[in-house]
Design a protein around this ligand. Sequence first.
Ligand SMILES: *Cc1c(COP(=O)(O)O)cnc(C)c1O
Length: 377
Amino acid sequence: MTTDFSTFTDIEKHALTKGTGGYLTLDLGALCANYLLLQKQAGEARVSAVVKADAYGIGADKVAPVLYQVGCRDFFVAHACEAFSLRQRLPADASLYVLNGLMPGAEAACADQNIIPVLNSADQIARWLEVAASRGERLPAVLQFDTGMSRLGLSPEDREALDCEAIKAHLDVHFLMSHLACADEPSHSANLGQLAVMREISAHFPNAAVSFANSGGLFLSPDFRYQLARPGVALYGGAPNDARPNPMQPVVGLHVAVIQTRTVPAGTRIGYGGTYVAATEMKLATIAAGYADGLPRSLSPRGAAWFGDVRLPIVGRVSMDSIILDISALADGTLVAGRFVELIGPHQSLDAIAADAGTISYEILTSLGRRFHREYL
Ligand SMILES: *Cc1c(COP(=O)(O)O)cnc(C)c1O
């Protein structure tokens, strides 16, 4: 019997004509709604957008211009090259900040393209001052301080040694900055510890604006908001913290095609390594995405896909290009080759699949496969 396409949804038919195993929807309307919700949450503070790692896998080329339209003027990336490419896509009044700061060799390109480095070390400051001196211009900059994460930023010793006069004379410091290590755990004592250090630092620069809060930080007390917030994951629908229900709208949806179905008798080994053995007769479906598409191997044996309201557990190991599902709960003929099952959607949130994989939403988002058909809504 050949496939009866008349029962397929329009999306399934469309995806199949693209020859894709996975259909990724990226809801730019939800993205904007999330930006506006965060703006409301931020009160008086301005809200930037962290669009590093291709806007957490969603597509910085699409995300940044849309957020600009709803009022965002400040964009953070990790690497200078990400800023160079976004510079072409955004109007001149958009500020582009490089979180990794000023890597040796990138100074001229950053200055030429009005890219603002987040200066993390005495060396980065010294090199940016040299560029300013050699060009005879004041250059824009952000100063980052380590307030307790030990990742990036000036140490207490660097702070003591800062040449504030030179900085005042040659740099236009947009704001001071630091990053919270535990903002996703609102009750973690490290949050208040970092705030105390940030207060001490900002007391030395009484007129300077401060940027402190990431997504989680915006949902801590108002003391963390300062003048500019830097949310990333919450814009893209991830939960800002683990303490209360996620207030953000989902941005990403993922559906994956069924390649083949079969029925196997009790005792049959399933998948690589034969690690899963059918205890009874089972109906299986093999779907067209695997760890090469960003669905981690750690999803077996805890994860699932959904068809309608029916949960279909993952059985056996996740392969590079495919995953095997237990579809015994479905009536025969319901799920046939060419139909799509939900991996991220109304039945299974981004945070839920991340938890099943033993990871965080950030890692799932930034691993979303390049092979999926992408539909921006
Ligand atoms: C990634 C990053 C952010 C955004 O963090 P989220 O938790 O995604 O909101 C903000 N600031 C810095 C320095 C970052 O590295």
